[in-house]
Design a protein around this ligand. Structure first.
Ligand code: BG6
Length: 476
């Protein structure tokens, strides 16, 4: 069988690179996020000796990237989604010109993509920013961040314009619609103590939604300027893909599920794809007593800088009941009802490949722009056997069934540009900071406390993924 989309792998800077406190790099919010401590993931405003901060080392991709790219090439990856660390280029976020060493590092990474004929997909801002912008400016609540972001984005557009075609302006932007955790994603810790639980930040919807408006603007302006730098750039939105089935066929469950979706997904997608706040979005703001400060020209900017493709993460699905009765399951920042028809992962995320087909079909029918599945994978507790093997059949089953779902969607007419499995090489978990929540087909020898020799090893899924890619060669 041949295929019309690319198959690849994905990581983010802060979960993989390391390189903290070296080469004059600045520290990011992620550098202040602790490992799981008493079941909680804290953010400390200062770096404190008593905590372990997993992003300081990640998987030492900063040092190991050449060896890792050899493995990616052996796998036959056709696309590779990475993010750039804003603080590695602009340590405090406010500098006028970038760090030469930071620029060089990403040149080296992109050169590896060129060398092995792997299409890079670059996320400009993956849930992270220089810590200074969070502490001194209140993150995206400050309109000044738009200019800082534009300086950073236009710098990388000019620098890498011959090496990158696909850009994603923000990771999972609709995460900012979530109460509490949305405050972390916009980088506003103004009301937080010196050390606080990242999952328990007091919510302020006015700040969250105003910040989101600034992020929409930053994205739109960057896209307009990017197109002036290189006409063939393609820009994507990136959303946390969400499927929550009505728990029953009661009309009340249907309407609740639909209403949740209009807030969580459509609010953002309508702006980034349609170029304007929908009437439903405006009503939502009104109902919640949120007044956006929208300046002259803002709406025009949003109209001008719409995206070319819809990219999203998809891991699991939940159920919705208007009575909110059912057991909870998690799934990438989402908590919802447990679906009795689905199995769950070691981290209680439901596994639902049909949900991916459903999401692709539904979203493509609505927006009619090409889609990219930029994150999908299984976080599991892998065991290294005495023989040294990691027999991760569960991961093979997970990826295989989700690729089948993508293929079914494509057969039904959905245009898919690329599928990049999340954490193709083991990386630090974003929500828990654990290394033991492994996603990769490549194992990295490091534990939750950062102990290990960081050696890479192929899991059973490595050969399987390699064959899967080569046997279904992409035709473009
Ligand atoms: C997405 C993020 O939310 O989910 C990734 O974009 C993250 O950065 C992924 O790693 C999986 O979540 P986790 O918490 O299992 O790492």
């Amino acid at each position: 069988m041949s295929r019309s989309y690319l198959i690849g792998g994905a990581i983010s800077a802060q979960q993989a690179e390391g390189g903290f406190n070296s080469h004059g790099f600045g520290d990011s919010v992620s550098d202040h996020m602790t490992a799981l401590t008493d079941g909680k993931r804290y953010i400390s405003k200062k770096i404190l000796d008593k905590y372990h901060y997993p992003a300081h080392h990640g998987i030492r991709f900063f040092e190991h990237y050449e060896e890792d790219f050899k493995l990616f090439a052996e796998l036959g990856l056709e696309s590779f989604r990475l993010s750039i660390s804003w603080a590695k280029l602009f340590p405090t976020g406010t500098e006028k010109s970038p760090s030469k060493e930071g620029l060089e590092f990403y040149h080296n990474i992109l050169d590896q993509c060129v060398k092995y004929n792997i299409e890079p997909i670059v996320t400009i801002c993956h849930n992270d920013m220089p810590m200074n912008l969070a502490l001194e400016y209140g993150g995206w609540n400050s309109r000044e961040l738009i200019d800082f972001y534009i300086t950073y984005a236009t710098c990388i557009f000019k620098e890498y314009k011959h090496k990158v075609k696909y850009w994603i302006t923000f990771n999972e932007l609709n995460g900012a619609m979530l109460e509490g955790i949305g405050m972390y994603l916009i980088g506003n810790f103004d009301q937080c103590d010196e050390v606080f639980d990242m999952h328990k930040i007091e919510d302020d919807p006015q700040i969250r939604l105003q910040s989101l408006h600034h992020m929409f603007l930053a994205s739109a302006k960057a896209i307009s300027l990017g197109r002036e730098i290189n006409k063939s750039f393609k820009f994507g939105s990136m959303f946390l893909g969400y499927v929550s089935y009505p728990e029953t066929c009661k009309p009340e469950d249907q309407i609740t599920a639909l209403q949740n979706e209009t807030v969580f997904l459509d609010y953002c997608a309508d702006v980034m794809i349609g170029g304007e706040y929908s009437k439903v979005a405006k009503k939502y703001l009104e109902r919640n007593n949120i007044r956006l400060d929208i300046e002259k020209n803002d709406l025009e900017e949003l109209q001008k800088g719409t995206v070319d493709f819809y990219s999203f993460s998809y891991y699991s699905s939940t159920t919705t009941s208007y009575e909110n009765k059912s057991d909870s399951v998690y799934g990438n920042l989402i908590v919802g009802g447990k679906n009795p028809h689905l199995k769950t992962t070691d981290w209680n995320w439901s596994m639902d490949p049909i949900g991916l087909e459903y999401f692709l079909l539904k979203t493509y029918s609505k927006y009619k722009i090409p889609m990219m599945v930029v994150e999908n994978g299984l976080g599991a507790k892998d065991q290294v056997e005495e023989s040294g093997e990691v027999n991760d059949n569960y991961r093979i089953e997970y990826i295989d069934s989700h690729l089948d779902a993508v293929n079914r969607a494509v057969e039904q007419g959905v245009e898919v540009i690329s599928y990049t499995m999340w954490g193709v090489i083991d990386i630090v978990s974003a929500s828990t900071g654990q290394m033991s929540k492994r996603y990769g087909v490549i194992y990295v020898d490091v534990d939750d406390d950062g102990n290990g020799n960081y050696k890479r090893k192929k899991k059973k899924s490595f050969e399987w993924y390699k064959n899967k890619i080569s046997q279904s060669k992409q035709i473009y």
